[in-house]
Design a protein. Structure first.
Ligand SMILES: Nc1ncnc2c1ncn2[C@@H]1O[C@H](COP(=O)(O)OP(=O)(O)OP(=O)(O)O)[C@@H](O)[C@H]1O
Ligand SMILES: [Mg+2]
Lengths: 237, 172
């Protein structure tokens, strides 16, 4: 589905040059829930942005659905981005002057879906996330958890194959964060989507199937998140 | 670590007999800490010997008489003191601390595996505890609070082990 070969990303020039990604190899298939962990500045967002075609690698080859992304024109790249990816960010990124429904249907405007279908498609996805009753509210009339659900609805409205979530629970309390992760888990399990999620939160990472750990722009560990019960003891033992 | 203080707290609310105490204790721990009768009566005997509780027989019609325990003034003082005491903080609180001491002595590849193995263990702990938390519907229960504390501790440990793995990676 997507394959990174020797991907590097350098920001800036000369002395202020930062190597945000160094020689990253990565392969992700449909139905995978991948969590990316690592300290601040290790390159998680950079990696997600390159995968999501929001940013371009300095070197290396990125193949998405069999196509070499670096050879796409800007216009084709934008089209691929809108069609293939849904994005969820820590800061929700909803537009304050639009209602929930308008926010959610925004991606449809850019992907050539006829206007008469917007409302139906938007309400459908809001329904699935259990927030159809909020459709005419404005973002500042919602809690953080509700805003993040709206953001997920917006990410899903185009029915993308890959959901990129950059610290989606960073601004939420643990309980609400858990619910949001459950929504993402469902997408992987029931619809065989790909979810790629950056997080600092262990409880979030433990729900993924695969864990990448990054240090200084490199993936130093890529392993299956272990399953299997742990036994919990008490002091008398 | 003893159950005696929790027994005192239970008896401070109302007198109970041994079987009731065992049940009440296990209920608070949501079944995650079962007691055997030997432990229960040994604990009660010691509390009584120390003057923190006293017992009396209740005559029952068609069943054998039962022994009921109640807290004394000394017991209340002792309980109050315990509730407000500072804990000891054990610097080497689990096996992992000892493994850490052994780590520089094994070769680098093995220590990387040990660290990642522990990281995987912590992830399973977090997943297990999170599942238990989701099954506990009463968010005001003692058990819920206990699980939350354990999850947050495990997450802190995950942050630590990730840091250890990074450090190992830089020096390997
Ligand atoms: N637009 C940019 N210009 C220059 N440097 C950048 C830019 N974006 C990121 N960087 C640098 O690249 C490195 C990786 O940043 P990135 O945002 O990917 O980290 P991160 O792992 O997402 O961190 P965090 O956990 O704080 O979100 C950092 O050193 C950062 O300062
Ligand atoms: Mg980031």
């Amino acid at each position: 589905m997507l394959e990174l070969n020797g991907i590097s990303k350098v920001y800036g020039q000369g002395a202020s040059q930062v190597e945000a990604l160094r020689d990253v190899d990565l392969n992700i298939s449909p139905g995978e829930f991948v969590a990316v962990m690592g300290t601040s500045g290790c390159g998680k967002t950079t990696l997600l942005n390159i995968i999501g075609c929001l940013d371009t690698a300095t070197s290396g080859i990125y193949t998405l659905q069999g196509k070499d992304v670096s050879r796409l024109s800007l216009k084709d790249k934008a089209r691929v981005r809108n069609k293939t990816f849904g994005f969820v960010f820590q800061a929700f990124n909803l537009l304050a002057e639009y209602t929930v429904l308008e926010n959610v249907t925004l991606p449809l405007r850019y992907s050539g879906v006829p206007k008469r279908r917007w409302k139906e498609q938007g309400l459908g996805v809001l329904e699935r996330l259990g927030i159809a009753d909020l459709s005419s509210r404005y973002p500042d009339q919602l809690s953080g958890g509700q805003q993040q659900r709206v953001a997920i609805a917006r990410a899903l409205v185009n029915d993308p194959e890959i959901i990129i979530a950059d610290e989606p629970t960073g601004n939420l309390d643990t309980g609400t964060g858990r619910e949001i992760v459950s929504v993402l888990c469902d997408l992987v399990e029931k619809q065989k989507k790909i979810v790629i999620l950056a997080t600092h939160d262990g409880a979030v990472a433990s729900r993924a199937q695969r864990l990448l750990q990054m240090v200084d722009g490199r993936i130093i560990d890529d392993s299956t998140v272990p399953t299997g019960a742990v036994s919990f003891s008490h002091p008398a033992e | 670590m003893a159950v005696k203080h929790v027994f005192l707290a239970l008896l401070a609310k109302q007198p109970m007999h041994g079987y009731e105490l065992k049940n009440a204790f296990e209920e608070i721990a949501a079944g995650s800490w079962p007691l055997n009768f030997g432990q229960v009566y040994q604990t009660l005997n010691r509390l009584e010997r120390d003057g923190f509780i006293e017992s009396f027989e209740v005559v029952q019609e068609d069943k054998p008489d039962k022994k009921v325990y109640q807290i004394t003034e000394d017991g209340r003082d002792h309980l109050k003191e315990w509730l407000q005491q500072d804990d000891h903080w054990n610097l080497f609180f689990d096996e992992q601390a000892l493994r850490l001491m052994a780590l520089p002595l094994v070769d680098s590849a093995l220590s990387g595996e040990i660290l990642k193995g522990y990281r995987n263990f912590i992830l399973r702990v977090i997943a297990g505890l999170t599942k238990m938390l989701e099954e506990e519907k009463d968010t005001t229960s003692t058990y819920y609070a206990l699980l939350e504390r354990n999850i947050l501790r495990a997450e802190a440990d995950l942050t630590w082990i990730n840091r250890m793995i990074e450090r190992w990676e830089r020096h390997a």
